[in-house]
Design a protein around this ligand. Sequence first.
Ligand SMILES: Cc1cc2nc3c(=O)[nH]c(=O)nc-3n(C[C@H](O)[C@H](O)[C@H](O)COP(=O)(O)O)c2cc1C
Length: 185
Amino acid sequence: MVGLLDPLVVKGVTLKNRIVMPPMQTGRATTEGAVTDRLINFYTRRSTSLGLLIIEHCYISTQGRLSFKQMSIHEDALVEGLKKLARSIHKLHTPAIVQISHAGAVANKRVIGEQPAGPSATRLSRELMRDEIEELPEEFAQATERIARSAWLLTESVLLTVIQQAQGQLRWLSEEQDAFSHYGC
Ligand SMILES: Cc1cc2nc3c(=O)[nH]c(=O)nc-3n(C[C@H](O)[C@H](O)[C@H](O)COP(=O)(O)O)c2cc1C
């Protein structure tokens, strides 16, 4: 019988066991979202025993930031730190995924310095403007390209709609749904 500690091959990638660490924000980045030695120590210590690691959510734009010491990938200057983290984890032969995100309406007003914006206005957030919605796929694409440059295996994208859906806040307007149906909304 196959056990938890047996290897698993997924699409050509070998996991040394079936233990997966889900993304969990650690609050160990700098206030600019850069990787720190503390963050590297945290993930490398755990990677030794994992089959697959999913690195906590990294914001793709300052508008989509959730907390002060959250990791980020919204600008090129952050690539070097992520590369260093990737090198430390790959040395242990542990495949890893980086989660990238935009917190949308649940972004933190105190942290981003403006009212958060999401698909629908809520008590604490405003509705995204059309040009902001159009910028989002490009911001995700740029963040994904930076992650690829940092030598990571894969990215997992979490869009504000997912976060809002999870929190039961989504009230899509039918006209917006039509206008952006090509994004899979
Ligand atoms: C401290 C903490 C930080 C978390 N950070 C993230 C995160 O960065 N991204 C994410 O998708 N989920 C995050 N989660 C959710 C966890 O991934 C989730 O709790 C885990 O997958 C276990 O699932 P369960 O809570 O449904 O049992 C976080 C959870 C905790 C407790």
